[in-house]
Ligand binder design. Structure first.
Ligand SMILES: CC(C)(COP(=O)(O)OP(=O)(O)OC[C@H]1O[C@@H](n2cnc3c(N)ncnc32)[C@H](O)[C@@H]1OP(=O)(O)O)[C@@H](O)C(=O)NCCC(=O)NCCS
Length: 87
């Protein structure tokens, strides 16, 4: 859980979902959806209405899953090696 962030409107405190995973052989049976429902219930109980979810950009399957839950891409993070110092 994070306090409201001044750099954007997070509607007060917001939840942060770092990761969820379902065993490969158990996927596409609604377990992920149930996990998300349990998370929403807990966040509602805490009075939190906004959820921030981090997903590796290449993980298209997870992105489709979260988008099926109504979430949309928001921030994009870039990661890379720092360029060598120029002489
Ligand atoms: C993402 C993950 C948690 C989803 O769990 P799940 O139990 O398979 O999801 P559900 O069965 O509840 O799927 C709910 C709906 O999401 C969508 N969905 C889920 N996985 C999808 C996929 N690979 N492609 C397209 N849509 C998908 C579908 O609408 C699905 O409904 P349907 O199966 O009836 O078509 C699971 O695939 C997983 O553990 N992935 C590996 C770990 C990971 O990448 N975690 C997220 C990164 S933080």
């Amino acid at each position: 859980m994070h306090e409201a962030d001044e750099s954007w409107d997070t509607h007060g405190r917001f939840g942060v979902l770092e990761s969820i995973a379902v065993l490969p052989e158990m996927r596409h049976r609604g377990i992920g959806r149930k996990l998300m429902s349990a998370l929403y219930a807990e966040l509602r109980r805490l009075g939190v209405t906004v959820l921030d979810i981090g997903v590796v950009a290449m993980n298209e399957s997870a992105r489709r899953f979260y988008e099926s839950q109504g979430f949309r891409p928001w921030l994009v993070h870039y990661l890379g090696a720092i360029p060598n110092q120029k002489s």
